[in-house]
Design a protein around this ligand. Sequence first.
Ligand SMILES: Nc1ncnc2c1ncn2[C@@H]1O[C@H](COP(=O)(O)OP(=O)(O)O)[C@@H](O)[C@H]1O
Ligand SMILES: Nc1ncnc2c1ncn2[C@@H]1O[C@H](COP(=O)(O)OP(=O)(O)O)[C@@H](O)[C@H]1O
Ligand code: SF4
Ligand SMILES: [Mg+2]
Ligand SMILES: [Mg+2]
Lengths: 271, 271
Amino acid sequence: MKRIAFYGKGGIGKSTIVTNIAAVYAERGKKVMVVGCDPKADCTRNLIDEEIPTVLDVMRERGVVKGYEEIDVSEVVYEGRMGILCVECGGPEPGVGCAGRGVIVATDLLRRIGAYEGVDVVLYDVLGDVVCGGFAMPLREGLASEVYIVTSADFLAIYAANNICKGIVRYASRGGSLLGGIIYNVRGSFENAQAVSKFASLIGSRVIGSIPNSKIISESEIASMTVVEYAPSSDIAQIFRKLAEDVYRNQNAVVPRPLSKEALKEIAMNS
Amino acid sequence: MKRIAFYGKGGIGKSTIVTNIAAVYAERGKKVMVVGCDPKADCTRNLIDEEIPTVLDVMRERGVVKGYEEIDVSEVVYEGRMGILCVECGGPEPGVGCAGRGVIVATDLLRRIGAYEGVDVVLYDVLGDVVCGGFAMPLREGLASEVYIVTSADFLAIYAANNICKGIVRYASRGGSLLGGIIYNVRGSFENAQAVSKFASLIGSRVIGSIPNSKIISESEIASMTVVEYAPSSDIAQIFRKLAEDVYRNQNAVVPRPLSKEALKEIAMNS
Ligand SMILES: Nc1ncnc2c1ncn2[C@@H]1O[C@H](COP(=O)(O)OP(=O)(O)O)[C@@H](O)[C@H]1O
Ligand SMILES: Nc1ncnc2c1ncn2[C@@H]1O[C@H](COP(=O)(O)OP(=O)(O)O)[C@@H](O)[C@H]1O
Ligand code: SF4
Ligand SMILES: [Mg+2]
Ligand SMILES: [Mg+2]
């Protein structure tokens, strides 16, 4: 089973990218699962029309003391369009314990109840603003073999990308995930492909794909669909297909070399 | 001593606003302290030319086992321009424990070593992407009597603001902070004053000040200064002075009523 995680600063375009890559694999006949690891629990909104209960919701309702054996796969895994399996980890109420707790609880449960059986590809969509507690889970437990970091050219997004690299380095030596590559999403912020490629090459990686700012993405967002379903013959759908293919076939995962604060500022300065 | 916290999504404009409000109070002869509670540790960059050691750095170097008595105020509190006292909590390496740990450690230390003596106003600049662990500290320990939430009109910023309200509610009944108001920072994102005021009034609060997108802010950022120092007679400096005054005199702090997901989406939809 292919296991890939996508990290990046909140709002950078992770869910857009993950759901579209999932749709491309589904188009090719793969059984895909998307696991949303963002407390917003909206990662699979473009794949399934109903709002699905989060794993944390289900655990809370059952009273966790009953134990994992009580929860059936069908209570936490929902089939969306194109046969894509959708899971939302969820998060606790803000201010109540660790924001990443949903990820810890859910990833643990999914393994125990055999939720991955029959799945060809699992994609984790993970909040990357803080790389701690539950949000570091996909990196460290070998849940994902590769991580792709989504970034724009904005300093804050690159700063977050660099922190995610530090998280990867931390767990790499004990079976953690490796960095597969950087995905440059222009997403309305100012363009600076050079700054993003410079960052990627300095950390020992590369930009595996770039996604331009696209009106079709905004339209399909309003339609709550992936671009691959909404506008299958558009240029942007083709861009997602190429990205999905390049990610699938990528053999170059590395332990990144995170940059110092000075090096980061220099990239921002010279852009 | 006046104690005020400023929360908001990363990149929303907290440090810009906090340092400028600090400069206004300093202009009026107040002894001001700014405590940066963002792992980026760059909250006081516009107030002091040297990069100051974070509290966590100092604790780490000393080996925490020595205990608090060993650390002198001058090792963690630095005087910047206009006599403003600067503290950076710092954060652990990403992936290593709780991102908010610096805030827990630092706020605890500052109290014990008498760092607040002689201070008229302390302003906390706090990361608001996740409202858990250390980042909830300023809300719960009565460190701040009021909280101001900085937001733009973007859905993600308002979503984060709503989560911060949930954090406030959680601790309000046991001496936690109350919500003083919403600060609308246009910050280059699309303008929608109506959506922001609607959000503020639905949660039982109000917009206490609005800051337009400003080239002078960008210029002073490059000069690593506050607008109040860089362009003291500009319109934007006047806007900061009025905001600082309104915040200082505000008597209307409330326990907010966080909105449901549906209500939040409706605000975003109708904008
Ligand atoms: N390349 C793009 N062009 C236009 N809009 C985009 C692009 N990428 C993302 N968006 C929009 O940006 C917003 C945030 O994207 P999303 O995928 O939800 O981010 P994340 O999951 O990282 O928080 C969505 O409204 C989405 O439609
Ligand atoms: N009203 C504004 N107009 C123009 N630029 C702004 C405005 N507010 C903030 N900025 C810029 O946005 C960036 C992020 O602001 P900052 O105060 O550092 O955010 P935060 O502390 O919330 O992460 C900075 O480059 C800052 O100069
Ligand atoms: S580990 Fe991270 S997510 Fe968990 S409480 Fe700390 S800051 Fe929040
Ligand atoms: Mg998302
Ligand atoms: Mg800041």
